[in-house]
Design a protein around this ligand. Structure first.
Ligand code: MRU
Length: 351
């Protein structure tokens, strides 16, 4: 496909001595980059959702590690790692659920241990590779996922899984881009994704940049939409895929999966191998991020709920493997995921 026709947004820009992150809290009204001059600024940006989406968080952390490296003097990688350990720990603690963050930092640590005096260049090269590998994986998954969809289908997606959430092209949104380009997808619906509105503020905006028409629905309208027969596939990304195929993704994904199964629709998860965590056996073992209840109690900073009311704000949920028809990764597709099916592609763990 003509990749240049699609996907022109880049949320992460390495500027040589600092990291520029597209401020996703302000989109679509304001397109502005936050400049991160040190690794703690990157950790804060990850925690505060300036940059978000599992692969993008991993990439930002890899560049955050380069900034941590620029702040120390060391003769070799092992010494650098010792000096950088507190900063790497703060990056890792920024968010708990998306395993790409831990995966990228584990790769940083391994690389440092194997590096000599040119460790800082090696580290920067690795951040560039993590970014390039993610873009290539997304483009490949786009083709693999689109091939599963019958021509003329309607699809529903949740949260934002596009260029904004990755190095480019996107995971679930990459499949949608490829599916639209190949005339397999005729209609795209996006659920708004309360409370942070990734679907409403980011996904439909991103599709608009590509000239792909998309229809926004309230999260609560998803089951009714499925009942009308307008969609054949629900396509989502992932923050962590366990050894048995259980998948953590943005809150609301699980209810979409239940509704899809009830209506006889197909459910696809699209994620690079950096999101696969073969060390986590099943969904119950995943830490689900709990965020400030204030995110639920206010809209655009304006309190909408009576004072004194409490809120419970888990921002991810786990879709059990039995509700998933296909997990699409750059290594291949796992249909009707099981431990055996996952092991066949990920015998040695994730990427
Ligand atoms: O809280 P967020 O916006 O970081 O959550 C993002 C999601 O849940 C995405 O669906 C997931 O990371 C896949 S992104 C390719």
């Amino acid at each position: 496909m003509d990749f240049d026709r699609y996907d022109r947004i880049r949320p992460i820009r390495w500027e040589g001595d600092h990291l520029a992150l597209l401020d996703q809290r302000r989109l679509p009204a304001v397109v502005e980059y936050v400049q991160c001059a040190d690794s703690d600024a990157v950790a804060t940006a990850i925690r505060d959702l300036v940059v978000r989406g599992a692969p993008a968080i991993g990439i930002a952390a890899a560049w955050g590690a380069v900034l941590a490296g620029q702040a120390v003097q060391a003769a070799d990688g092992a010494q650098a790692l010792e000096l950088m350990t507190p900063a790497l720990g703060r990056l890792q603690a920024a968010r708990p659920t998306a395993v790409n963050l831990m995966w990228a930092l584990a790769r940083v640590r391994r690389t440092l241990l194997a590096s000599g005096s040119d460790w800082l260049n090696v580290l920067a090269g690795q951040a560039r590779s993590i970014e390039a590998e993610d873009l290539a994986a997304n483009r490949h998954m786009g083709a693999l996922g689109a091939a599963l969809i019958a021509p003329g289908s309607g699809v529903l997606t949740h949260c934002n899984t596009g260029s904004l959430a990755t190095a480019g092209f996107g995971t679930a949104l990459g499949v949608i881009r490829a599916g639209v380009a190949g005339d397999r997808i005729a209609r795209v619906f996006a659920s708004e994704t309360r409370p942070w509105l990734q679907g409403a503020r980011l996904t439909v905006w991103e599709l608009l940049q590509d000239g792909i028409p998309a229809t926004l629905v309230a999260d609560a309208a998803a089951a009714h939409l499925m009942k009308t027969g307008a969609v054949q596939w629900v396509i989502v990304g992932a923050d962590r895929i366990c050894a048995n195929g259980d998948t953590a993704n943005k809150i609301g994904t699980y209810s979409h999966a239940i509704a899809a199964r009830h209506h006889g629709l197909k459910f696809m998860v699209v994620a690079p191998s950096s999101t696969v965590d073969m060390d986590t056996a099943r969904g119950e073992d995943i830490e689900i991020e709990m965020r400030d209840p204030a995110e639920l109690l206010a809209v655009s900073g304006q309190r909408t709920v009576a004072e004194g009311v409490e809120a419970w704000n888990p921002v991810f949920d786990v879709t059990p493997a039995e509700l998933i028809d296909a997990i699409v990764t750059e290594r291949g597709v796992v249909e009707r995921p099981t431990v055996q099916g996952m092991r066949a592609l990920f015998a040695e763990g994730g990427a």
